[in-house]
Each structure stands twice: as structure tokens, then as C-alpha cells.
Design a protein around this ligand. Structure first.
Ligand SMILES: [Zn+2]
Length: 420
């Protein structure tokens, strides 16, 4: 069994890919499927015989014993922390703030130069590509990762992260934000509600809106965050105070039932381009706010498990009509950066969730979260021909087991990536 990622973007040939199964994601699986692509775009999807009848001169590429899926999307990572991979090899931390403190200390101790950071990031990026990932949202403080965009054949969305809760830092942060180039690809974003001054959050969101960009923010990740955002108390406040980062001007929501999602909503920061990452500690009412504002959610099961912060209420999201995206987060909080692994962890923790929905999260959910759903996320006419072919060991007749089977294939030993 093996996975093969195929893109046709480098050629203008008309190609029809044939496979025993297509999983378009946006519609029911298609048996004996045909997908016609030209110039990197999908021109037709359907039954092979019908597709090939419409394009009689097309070159045919057969994927025997395979199921074709849209390329995967990693909606949240921090490639610039890849040189600190040893952190997630250590036993899980005993507290959320303990991990933040340890990570910051190790980062300072390593004092890595640009080359070290980029070399480690490049290796992770290459592995993501090998696993059929076609779009990534990357968060960085240095902005170095932008240099790797031309090396990745998919979409590498680089978001420069700002943070700082204290008023004394605000003017400098706002000034440096003003100096950022106004370019659609130069994205700036915020770390988290607990670490970023409200005025800075607003300035970052306004800039993202003006430039048509997504605004990604860590949200509702831990109970420590919930305690601080709702009541202004707890281990996170203590941690910030000890490090001299606490701001007395910070105003919590004042209600235990109102955490980070409520906070963001209260300050006008939720809309269809806001991507809330983690979203574990969210009430039903807050889910309604996410649904009403069409804000996006990205889940990171691997990171959540390592940090011991809980599991996301996946079934509730799906019941509310919210399709989350999936992200790996960084190698400092996740021992293995793989969207396949994220899907398997999610399936293990939520056995009642249909595997087809989990595949939808890793594809269409990710594309919607990154604002790329007109180009990626499903096998549909007009979208990019960024396809993953999962080789099946035997015949699969039932569409439920087809999705489950695709999820559990072993990608580690038998993987090939090719640019057709
Ligand atoms: Zn993160």
C-alpha cells in the first residue's frame, strides 16, 4: 500500500487520471473514476468512461488499486521551531505554562542562526510535501520561512506573528506593523488573546481585512487560558506576572462561560477570515458565535495530546455545521508532523466521527480555513489538480470503509511523490 501525490501543474498536456475510486470530498465517492486535468487545473470529474468520451485524445494515467483524494492541508504549523524538535521527544509537560517557559528557554539557549532554522524547516517542509500536503499556514516570529515559499510546490502561506500584552510595548508594535509591506502575501497575525494587547489585535485584524488575508490566532487552547480570559486569574496570569509580561489594563470577560471565543467576538475580531486555532475549551454558545460569524476553526490533536490540554469537542462542532481544519502545530509540541497522523489521532479519540468527515476536515476544511477553497480542498472542475493517490492493498467496495481505509494507510514505508 502506498500514497502517491500527483500534480499536473508543470504541464499543459490533457491528462485523464483513472482510479478504481475517486473521493471528491464535495460529493459521493465515484467508482471507476476519471479526472481530467490540464494546465494544473481539473477540467472534469466523473465516471472514467464518460470523462474519456469527452476528451478522446487525452493521455491516460492509470492508478490501479488506488483511491484519488484532493491534496491535504496543514492549517497550522510553526516551521521556524523545527530545530527544537527534541522538546517533543521529552515527557509531556506537567502544565501549559511550564511548557511555554521551557520552550522559550530552550529557544533562547539554542540561539539558532538563520541557516540552522531554515535547514530544519526545509526538512519538515519536504516531508510535508512527501505526504501529499498541498497548502500550509505557517506562523513565525522571524519571517525567515518566507524564503522557502519558492521551494514548496504547493501554497505556503507565511504569517508573521505579533504579540505583547503590555501598553509599554504597544507603540513599538504598532509602528513596526505600519512598516510591514502592504502586499497580499505579506500576512501578519496575532499569537493569542492572552498574549496580545487588544489594540494590537484590532490593528492586526484590520490590516488583514484591508489586504484580504486570513487572521490566525491561538484560541481556547488550555484551561489556564480560559481562567485568565474569563476571570483574569490562574496560572497563566501568574506566569505573565512572574516574567513581567502582565498588563493591569487587561479586561477579562468576567464570566466563567465566556472564554477566548467570547472575548474575540466581544471585540469584533470574529469573521469568516478569522482562523481560531485549537478551540478546545468552547461552550455551546461560543460555538454558535463561531457558526454565526462563519469564523474558522483549526484543530491540532497531536499537539493537544502532547501538552495534555484536553481533546476538542469535534462531534459538537460537526453537529453545529462547523467543519474544522486540521493542523500539526510545531515539533516543539508534537513529536510527529503529519496530517495523516492528526487524522488517525482524531479518529482514535472520537470513534463516533465518520472517517469521511475526518478526511473532509483535512482537505475541504483546511481549504476553507485558509481562504483557498476556490482552488483546493475537493476534486471539482476549476480547482487545482493537486491530487493524492492512496494505493489500496485490496479491493474496497463500501464507501464508509473506503474513507476509513484511506485514513489508516501506512505512509511511512511506501510513499512516492511525483510531479506529472
Ligand atoms: Zn501554534
Amino acid at each position: 500500500m502506498r500514497v502517491e501525490a500527483v500534480t499536473d501543474r508543470l504541464t499543459n498536456r490533457l491528462i485523464v487520471h483513472r482510479a478504481p475510486w475517486l473521493l471528491p470530498i464535495s460529493r459521493q465517492p465515484i467508482a471507476d473514476g476519471g479526472l481530467a486535468a490540464q494546465g494544473g487545473l481539473i477540467v472534469a470529474v466523473g465516471n472514467f468512461k464518460q470523462v474519456v468520451r469527452s476528451y478522446p485524445g487525452a493521455e491516460i494515467i492509470d492508478h490501479p488499486d488506488a483511491v484519488l483524494l484532493p491534496g491535504l492541508i496543514n492549517a497550522h504549523t510553526h516551521l521556524e521551531l523545527s530545530h527544537l524538535a527534541h522538546l517533543s521527544q521529552e515527557p509531556s509537560p506537567t502544565s501549559f505554562t511550564g511548557w511555554i517557559g521551557h520552550m522559550l528557554a530552550e529557544r533562547a539557549k539554542a540561539d539558532a542562526d538563520k541557516k540552522t532554522i531554515l535547514d530544519a524547516a526545509r526538512a519538515v517542509l519536504s516531508r510535508q510535501q512527501d505526504q501529499g500536503v498541498v497548502a500550509i499556514a505557517d506562523i513565525s516570529n522571524t519571517g525567515f520561512i518566507r524564503e522557502l515559499t519558492s521551494e514548496f510546490p504547493g501554497h505556503l502561506l507565511c504569517l508573521k506573528e505579533y504579540l505583547g500584552l503590555r501598553a509599554s510595548e504597544l507603540v513599538a508594535s504598532l509602528n513596526s506593523l505600519k512598516e510591514e509591506v502592504d502586499h497580499p502575501d505579506a500576512c501578519c497575525t496575532a499569537h493569542a488573546p492572552y498574549s496580545t494587547h487588544l489594540e494590537l489585535l484590532r490593528a492586526l485584524k484590520n490590516r488583514a481585512t484591508r489586504l484580504g488575508q486570513i487572521f490566525s490566532i491561538h484560541t481556547a487552547e488550555s484551561t489556564a487560558e480560559h481562567d485568565m480570559i474569563s476571570q483574569g486569574t490562574g496560572e497563566l496570569r501568574d506566569f505573565l506576572e512572574q516574567r513581567g509580561f502582565w498588563a493591569s489594563s487587561f479586561r477579562p470577560t468576567g464570566s466563567d462561560s465566556k472564554g477566548s471565543v467570547s472575548y474575540l467576538h466581544q471585540h469584533g475580531l470574529l469573521d469568516s477570515r478569522t482562523l481560531c486555532v485549537h478551540c478546545l475549551h468552547v461552550t455551546d454558545q461560543e460555538m454558535d458565535l463561531l457558526a454565526e460569524t462563519k469564523a474558522k476553526v483549526c484543530l491540532c490533536p497531536g499537539s493537544n495530546r502532547y501538552l495534555g490540554v484536553g481533546t476538542a469537542p469535534v462531534e459538537r462542532y460537526l453537529r453545529k455545521g462547523i467543519l474544522p481544519a486540521l493542523g500539526t502545530d510545531s515539533l516543539t509540541s508534537n513529536p510527529e508532523l503529519s496530517i495523516w497522523q492528526e487524522m488517525r489521532l482524531l479518529a482514535e479519540e472520537h470513534p463516533s466521527v465518520n472517517p469521511a468527515d475526518i478526511l473532509r476536515m483535512a482537505t475541504l476544511g483546511g481549504a476553507e480555513a485558509l481562504g483557498l477553497n476556490r482552488r483546493l480542498g475537493s476534486l471539482e472542475k476549476g480547482k487545482e489538480a493537486a491530487i493524492v493517490a492512496v494505493k489500496l492493498a485490496g479491493s474496497v467496495r463500501n464507501t464508509f470503509s473506503l474513507a476509513e481505509y484511506s485514513l489508516y494507510q501506512d505512509i511511512k514505508s511506501n510513499f512516492v511523490y511525483s510531479l506529472a
